[in-house]
Design a protein. Structure first.
Length: 223
């Protein structure tokens, strides 16, 4: 089986990938759930199959991967890292279904960690890494997309910055880590005070649109 062929929505395929790791290495110490799909726009404008795709890949995929990893780590220990998003911490206009799937991933991860601890299982950790927008193919084609403006409103991360955050949380487990930290503070404040957060969103969206236009202009001039 090719690693690239694993469909995280399929529990059997995820379990098979886990079994292959255990067979080849003897144990499973670290499992990272990082699959994600982003389609922007108001939920009422998206076809049902698009909404289902995001929910299944982003949320159910995290569930499948986490459960598969726990089954292999029982008795030996390990660390599960779920790469989520700042969209899992607060409201994100233009990305409602995506945000819903990420909220689900965080809720599941923290609740499962609580279940592990209540069951007396202390040797398995679960961490959610919640990055700001990452400059990957997921965003490469969205510079002209107003619905994705909030993803450009903060610090546009490089993939290696997220890798560094994952490495750090493996060294020092934490349930939720925002990257960068200051954006996590903003997101949590907006979530704690939703009325304030909703009023502030137009400013954040406007900032994101400015960044998009600036990046488009640079692309156009080849700089």
């Amino acid at each position: 089986m090719s690693w690239a062929a694993v469909d995280v929505r399929d529990e059997a395929q995820v379990a098979a990938a886990r079994d292959r790791v255990v067979t080849e290495t003897g144990r499973l110490d670290v499992w990272v759930n990082n699959a994600g799909v982003l389609v922007t726009g108001p939920a009422w404008e998206q076809p049902p199959e698009v909404r289902r795709l995001m929910l299944k890949v982003n949320a159910l995929g995290t569930v499948n991967g986490t459960v598969a990893a726990i089954e292999a780590m029982r008795g030996t220990g390990g660390h599960i890292v779920n790469v989520v998003s700042l969209a899992g911490l607060t409201a994100v206009p233009g990305e409602a279904v995506y945000a819903a799937s990420k909220h689900a991933a965080i809720g599941f991860s923290l609740s499962t960690l609580a279940d592990l601890r209540l069951a007396g299982i202390k040797e398995i950790d679960i961490s959610c890494v919640c990055p700001d927008g990452i400059w990957t193919p997921m965003l490469h084609d969205k510079l002209g997309d107003p619905a994705s403006a909030l993803s450009f409103s903060g610090k546009l991360l490089q993939p290696e910055e997220v890798v560094a955050a994952v490495r750090k949380v493996l060294d020092r487990p934490r349930p939720v880590v925002a990257v960068p930290g200051w954006r996590g503070v903003q997101a949590r404040l907006a979530d704690a005070l939703p009325g304030f957060g909703l009023r502030a969103l137009p400013l954040a969206v406007a900032q994101g649109r400015r960044v998009q236009r600036r990046m488009l202009a640079k692309r156009g001039t080849g700089t």
